[in-house]
Design a protein around this ligand. Sequence first.
Ligand code: SF4
Length: 341
Amino acid sequence: MNLWKPDRVYFEPSAMEYPMSKKIYDYCKTNNIPVLKTTSHSQVRDIPGETERAQFANARKTLVVGTKKSMKLEVCKPSAHYQFSLVTNCPGNCEYCYLYTTQGKKPYVRVYVNMDELFDTIDQYIEQRLPEVTSFEAASTGDPLGLEHITGALKETIEHFGTLEQGILRVVTKFSNVDSLLDAKHNGKTAFRFSINSDYVIRNFEHTTAQLQERLKAAKKIQDAGYELGFIIAPIILHEGWKDGYKKLIEMLHDHISAENNKTITFELIQHRFTSNAKEIILKRFPNTKLDMDESKRALKFGKYGRTKYVYPKEEAAEMKEYISNLITELYPNGKIQYFT
Ligand code: SF4
């Protein structure tokens, strides 16, 4: 897997005083990447490109270094109690990416350098729920591993959680550059999950992420380094030959990650869903997409704040859940399926 290299990097003034900015600046200098200033990420208007597609492609090669202003953490059901952001967007270009709904007009990649403030906030949220354990998802707004070679933020965060008694960090990725994390003092407090899918889904919809084989090799390294390990199968898509595709996926997973040690491997299953807004953006950015977003074949589901999304009809969702769960329990009798949604 080639590590992502931005074509241009903007710095917000508020970011300049933080050590991570110096690290990113040095990375730019070493790699001859143009460094630019912006008063705020929302003022980044000179991303080249004549068409929406060209601008999107260039935005995905643009990094904005800033500080996270709001330290109010959102809840993150069903995967964790709360979520926080080390990054927004990521170097991946998955055609189905759920971030197109929330980040549709701002597809450039952002990183936040005020780590100490973030860690203070996390500590306060943990304090409020004592004596319960509080879990935090770090990959809801982007994939931090995709930028780890530039920021080192994930390792810092893993090591912060390693010092906490009652906090759990949850990370999910489609990348494979885990080597810098293998010696992190995680202290068993980080649950590392890899997002995997059938060959059809990865081949057709996941661009500039790591290949499945690379993710599975990285997962093995993470397991050997003593992290809690899990897999997210998402989005599950009922493509032609899906049963065979997901069977091969679980068999391939089993070839790399054995079920025979005593550690529980977790699984999270998420069916494909889309909103009308996301569909509109996806069709502009990927006009030849093979992603099936035919509303007439889906069921409408109401979410937070009255928002609606299209999911598979109940019977199809139930079949998908049962079929994939059986594949997992057959090869991983001690595996734990945490949820299907
Ligand atoms: Fe979106 Fe995740 Fe793909 Fe990045 S890797 S584009 S966050 S789905």
